[in-house]
Ligand binder design. Structure first.
Ligand SMILES: [Fe+2]
Length: 293
């Protein structure tokens, strides 16, 4: 058993780093929140301890931090990536790992940051690990990340229906994904326990659709009456109507060139609020996070 003390200001500083990604990529709105919630549910459902669940939740929020190094024209490209461009994208787990490595709490997130694109059959990246060589935490994050990638909008396509994504995940059981985790995840889906996350950007906040750019408008959890929300891609101003259910938004026919991306402070605060002060983790936790480094 390893005992790792958690310093809350340090935890906040690290989570704030994760929000940098949302500022860079308009299509990431809510992605990290959804991935962290899918991963948390999966971790709870397979019976991990509350401390382990916390690490999965927290480090899933950090998983794509390495995408800061991907040039915008590649990140937002509407067509198919060339093999050179895809090679650049594939560097983001290693980039994230090197960015997080020196942070005092980096050890908590290194594993998921570096290994969320490994595949159970060994055909993933960056290291081509297979089966149990990939930590349980990273195998969990891999399913959560892939499911959200399938069901949310990208520059080149809309998200697919959840049922289609469940079928694709089932087909990849034992190939891309750990088969036991696939069964658990599909079971969560059948029980409707993922529905409050799907298509949302935070608790009780659906993503909304910009007529020009697609479903990428976030109404922040801490939205206040009278505030507008912005399409992060075209910078269209939207009025929010909380009375119309699901916080309906309507374009006010103007563009806000002065808008700057807002950090997701609600998620940062939520995670730090429930963070254990001392994490009790299995002794092989550090093995995945340090000795494979
Ligand atoms: Fe990623």
């Amino acid at each position: 058993m390893e005992i790792i003390p958690v310093n809350i200001p340090l935890l906040k500083s690290m989570l704030s780093l994760a929000t940098v990604i949302e500022a860079k990529d308009p299509y990431t709105g809510g992605h990290t929140w959804r991935v962290s919630r899918y991963a948390r549910l999966l971790a709870e459902d397979i019976g991990l301890t509350p401390d382990e669940v916390f690490v999965v939740h927290f480090s899933s929020l950090m998983h794509d931090i390495g995408k800061v190094s991907i040039p915008d024209p590649i990140l937002n490209k509407e067509g198919k990536l060339t093999s050179v461009e895809y090679d650049i994208v594939k560097k983001h787990p290693e980039t994230g790992w090197s960015l997080v490595r020196e942070h005092p709490l980096g050890v908590l997130a290194l594993d998921i940051v570096r290994s969320h694109h490994e595949r159970y059959d060994g055909l993933g990246y960056p290291r081509g690990l297979a089966g149990n060589q990939i930590s349980l935490f990273a195998r969990i994050a891999s399913i959560a990340d892939a499911f959200d990638a399938m069901t949310s909008a990208r520059p080149y396509r809309l998200g697919m229906p959840a049922e289609t994504a469940y079928q694709l995940i089932a087909q990849d059981s034992g190939k891309q994904f750990d088969p036991i985790l696939v069964d658990t995840f599909l079971d969560l889906g059948r029980r409707g326990e993922l529905d409050h996350i799907l298509g949302h950007s935070s608790e009780e906040r659906l993503l909304h659709t910009c007529a020009a750019c697609g479903p990428i408008i976030v109404v922040p959890a801490n939205w206040k009456s009278g505030e507008q929300v912005i399409c992060p891609k075209c910078l269209g101003n939207y009025d929010v109507h909380p009375d119309r259910g699901d916080f309906e938004v309507v374009w006010d026919k103007s563009i806000n060139h002065t808008w700057v991306p807002q950090p997701d402070t609600a998620t940062v605060n939520e995670v730090t609020y429930y963070a254990p002060r001392d994490l009790r983790l299995p002794s092989n936790f550090l093995q995945y996070n340090v000795s494979l480094a």
